[in-house]
Write a new protein. Sequence first.
Length: 627
Amino acid sequence: MGRKYVFDFDSTLTRVEALDVLAEITLATNPEKGKIIEEIQEITNLGIDGDISFTESLERRIRLLKAHKNDLDGLVGQLKHKISKSIENNKEFFESYSDDIYVISCGFKEFIDPIVAEYNIPGDRVYANTFDFDGDGNIIGFDEENVLASHNGKIACLKALDLPGEIQVIGDGYSDYVMREAGLAHKFFAYTENVHRDKAADNADHITPNLDEFLFINDLPRKISYPKNRIKILLLENIHPHAFDNLTEDGFSVELLTHSLPEDELIEKLKGVHVLGIRSKTQVTRKVLEAADKLLVVSAFCIGTTQIDLTAAKENGVVVFNAPYSNTRSVVELAIGQIIMLTRSIFPRSTEFHQGQWNKTAANAREVRGKKLGIVGYGNIGKQLSVLAESMGMQVYYYDVADKLALGNAIKCNSLEDLLSVSDAVSLHIDDNPANRNFIGERELERMKDGAILINLSRGFVVDIDALVVALNSGKLSGAALDVFPEEPRANGDFYSPLQGIPNVILTPHIGGSTEEAQQDIANFVPNKIMDYINSGNTVDAVNFPNIRLPRQNNVHRFLHIHENVPGIMAHINEILAKYKINITGQFLSTDSEVGYVITDMDKDYNTEVIQELKAIEHTIKFRVLY
Ligand SMILES: NC(=O)c1ccc[n+]([C@@H]2O[C@H](COP(=O)([O-])OP(=O)(O)OC[C@H]3O[C@@H](n4cnc5c(N)ncnc54)[C@H](O)[C@@H]3O)[C@@H](O)[C@H]2O)c1
Ligand SMILES: O=C(O)[C@H](O)COP(=O)(O)O
């Protein structure tokens, strides 16, 4: 018998209510426009939710509209640009299944017919109201004999159609659901791409946030392989809300938590999650990665990635991204501020003042101009600091394990000792490699100049805190600024450090990268990486994975195969592709010593049994099909 699909029009096939758009046109020059449109929208909603009779809702709206026949061309022109995104993307479905698709709407054929005709739905399968015009072409009412002009008219309409086979209704309103309630339709899909109406959603057999989901559930031909709303993203540690907005706008299902989670809770929470977003606190251990059944990506919305077991991630086919530059400038600006504040002893003066003491003195207050700044770790942050510090008149020295080009007049030191012995201020910007634990201890502090200052904005474990306390209390160092600590809490609250209470010591709760600008930039940068990988397989800038930049391909299917890098595996993949006579339009391979990542683009027509065979190849880690 086949299946019939009954679509609603307004807010389902289109992103808008057509009469609202018509009102915008007809009331364009009316000074009361805003108020009248609001009233029209209210009446529309009351009608859709069944709170007033539909006939009443229609009569009241038409009276307020004051529309003319000539306005309808403009309306159709606008509606053509307001088709729901996923409907537009899946035009092929409407074209192939046209014979089984009906539109039953309480809108008007005058504007529905020309819109759906472009989707291969002929006027004789569109059931809707029609306008009444006066002799001058003004819209003065509607055909009251039409069942769709009356309350629950859709029930009467569908009944009269007496369609054979299974009937599925797709619509955003309660007035669509009633066809299911009346026993005339077998299933009701609440369509929420444009508007979520509780009354419809609460009664639905399925809530479908877009047509992709509807087509997926019914195993119908569709534009994308897997509906994005089914891809779950978990963002921890108060990641900037722009990340949530960017990812939800692309259609993903995103959950945002303000804090980090301990291992056991993270394992539980990651069930069914495809993408995890964290900052510096969350430890993504091997145990977490091995337990995560669906995980494809871990994204650090920060620079550091040592909180993630990168090897275990790679072994499990989980791609890791970070934001390597987004907060660089913020850290540098804080370092500059701290260098000045410490060199001028500003914090002790400020603390005294807060306690009611006026202590005007030049003791221990110096300019930074002409002083020597030693930068340890001449990477992104170190180099940027070098430039800004020099522009304040400081003489910059730097030390790095890697060979680095000196910027401006900066002077390279051949050893850490050389740098420590010459610098008035030492600023640490080495990476979060665990080998850097206690990098600055008693011995290194001893090598520093008497009265020098130390700044650590890199990682807490880099400095031996007890040794630093001794150096500060003895007067060996005149001050220090620390933003990072060996043990940091998972969430805001009480915190203890032996450095508390020592004069001229600036303590900040790991906020070097916490500026509006940096967090916003991260919230744009990282989601783009995530979307690029999920939507097309790109691994450019992945920190643990072979990087592949893929060309955009239309009308192809893409196989993504991640495997252990063992001899013969590529030959095996290609043997299977050849066996199924796959017409390959592009193939891209990138490997490192442990994994291989091969992407194959092909014509859309192929025997899908090939997928099972590719998945079954020994040493396969992950396999995805994308289109
Ligand atoms: N406080 C914060 O909020 C905050 C914000 C951003 C970054 N960070 C931290 O700042 C650090 C630097 O970040 P980046 O973006 O400049 O990193 P980067 O990788 O660009 O630079 C690090 C540099 O340190 C060098 N290095 C590593 N170990 C060294 C050693 N033992 N001796 C000398 N040089 C060494 C590396 O060769 C590299 O040039 C990282 O630890 C990062 O996690 C902290
Ligand atoms: O690695 C980083 O970028 C910094 O340590 C900042 O981390 P955060 O995002 O947790 O503040």
